[in-house]
Design a protein around this ligand. Structure first.
Ligand code: UDX
Length: 446
């Protein structure tokens, strides 16, 4: 199938690479010319496990290509995925100007039937606007279908998630669109592809559920899913506060709660809160969507508030251990908002660093993948080549991201290098008993 991907951010690039991998011919377009230049030179603008390999392999085979001109991508393609950004406005609403602009452009350059799919996370009823835009700005003789096909991949495991989804969700009223999408995703639905992640995949007899709803419901499912997951994290973070006040242990409590199948063990890890480009902005956008419908989503406002308060809590924990923060050297281990990505957007680490700077602390930092991106946007930090350089002379270390590298540190060496062996474990990666035994001052979450 001939496919165009408009917008090569995290979602667009992974979608394009994976659809080429399962056999389609994919042209990716972006208005960011530098990004397209990079991709055409064979460089990958983001760090995402397995993505490099997929891009190289599929560009070499000719199934995947990149271009700057939207007409070049759309004209030969039957299916067009809109994957452009929907960043937050000051009001909290999603900025849909790129979605509208791209819809107009698709309408302008199309000279044959197109199935236009919104993959970017958008507010409910956006599909209706895309449909209207295509009709108004497109030629009367050209037929368009519109579908919503939200993406549930997580950064850091996006290629795995795309190829092994829990479900494929389609929102459309059109039979033709439904049939095209069923065919497009058939290798994934029936698990018939050579898996670039596992080689030989653990085979499941079951097909991936292919769910078709109306467009509004599909759009709502996406926002509701992200909000529910964010609520789960804030819930466990609130419970971790109660653990601290009562002497209970959050790891045991999470385990005990999660064994109930109705609750599930995932997303019950307490810590310094959620970040990234999805949860914080989607939560805000969903609260605004509800507000516009006349519903005050107090539950989600509280989810947001609990998450914001995590940062203050980290600073308070540091203060109660170190007393005066001014002039003290604090090391940050982990800048990315989660492991296995170089994405620092809305990362809790950045807010923690800002607050430490406000207190007059001296900050050193290290991250296995996110140093480049942080260095350009956040000056005034000593960027170190490894965790040991961060530890040298530090009076405290704050673990902000649970990278495997930090789980396997030579802690004896870290302790010797530190001026004062205080560790604030914001992701609960170490065992309290062992840390105390080794002589660390150790504070974790919950
Ligand atoms: C999320 C959704 O999971 C995904 O379905 C959607 O497509 C995009 O948004 P992502 O933002 O990539 O994915 O990462 P995710 O793994 O969901 O983690 C989000 C944040 O929550 C991270 O900062 C992570 O550290 C935090 N988190 C997650 C916790 O603090 N505790 C948990 O138990 C789980």
């Amino acid at each position: 199938m001939d496919i165009a991907i408009i917008g090569v951010g995290y979602v667009g690039l992974v979608t394009g690479a994976c659809l080429a991998e399962i056999g389609h011919t994919v042209i990716c377009q972006d208005s960011d010319e530098l990004k397209i230049d990079m991709l055409q030179r064979g460089e990958t603008p983001i760090y995402e496990p397995h993505l490099d390999d997929l891009l190289q392999k599929n560009t070499a085979s000719g199934r995947l290509s990149f271009c700057k001109d939207i007409e070049e991508a759309v004209k030969p393609s039957e299916v067009v995925f809109i994957c452009v950004g929907t960043p937050p406005l000051d009001t909290g609403d999603a900025d849909l100007s790129a979605v509208e602009m791209v819809s107009k452009e698709i309408a302008r350059v199309s000279d044959s039937y197109k199935l236009v799919i919104e993959k970017s996370t958008v507010p409910v009823q956006t599909g209706g606007w895309v449909e209207k835009t295509l009709r108004i700005y497109g030629s009367k003789d050209i037929e368009f279908d519109v579908a919503s096909n939200p993406e549930f991949t997580r950064e850091g495991s996006a290629v795995y998630d795309f190829l092994h989804p829990d479900r494929i969700l389609i929102g459309t009223q059109s039979e033709r669109a439904r049939a095209i999408l069923r065919e497009l995703y058939a290798p994934i639905i029936h698990r018939r592809f050579n898996c670039p992640v596992h080689g030989a995949c653990p085979q499941s007899a079951e097909d991936v559920p292919f769910i078709v709803t109306d467009i509004n419901s599909a759009e709502l499912i996406k926002h509701a899913s992200n909000s529910f997951l964010a609520a789960k994290i804030s819930f466990i973070n609130a419970i971790s506060d109660i653990c601290e006040k009562t002497g209970a242990n959050i790891k045991d409590v999470s385990y005990g709660i999660g064994l109930d199948k109705r609750i599930g063990k995932d997303f019950l890890y307490a810590g310094i809160g959620f970040g990234g480009f999805c949860f914080p902005k989607d939560l805000q956008a969903f609260i605004r969507i509800a507000e516009k419908c006349g519903y005050d989503f107090k539950l989600l406002k509280e989810v947001q508030q609990i998450n914001d308060d995590r940062i203050t809590q980290v600073i308070e924990k540091a203060r109660s251990a170190l007393w005066i923060l001014k002039g003290k050297t604090i090391g940050i281990l982990g800048l990315a908002f989660k492991p296995n990505t170089d994405d620092i957007r809305f990362a809790p680490s950045l807010e923690i660093i800002k607050r430490l700077h406000d207190e007059g602390a001296i900050v050193k930092a290290y991250d296995p993948k996110a140093m480049e991106k942080t260095r350009t946007g956040l000056p005034g930090i000593e960027y170190c080549k490894d965790p040991y350089e961060v530890a040298r002379g530090a009076e405290g270390l704050v673990i902000c991201t649970e990278w495997d590298e930090f789980r396997n540190l030579d802690l004896e060496r870290i302790k010797k290098l530190m001026k004062r062996p205080f560790i604030l474990d914001g992701r609960n990666i170490y065992d309290r008993g062992k840390m105390l035994e080794w002589g660390f001052e150790y504070v974790s979450i919950g």
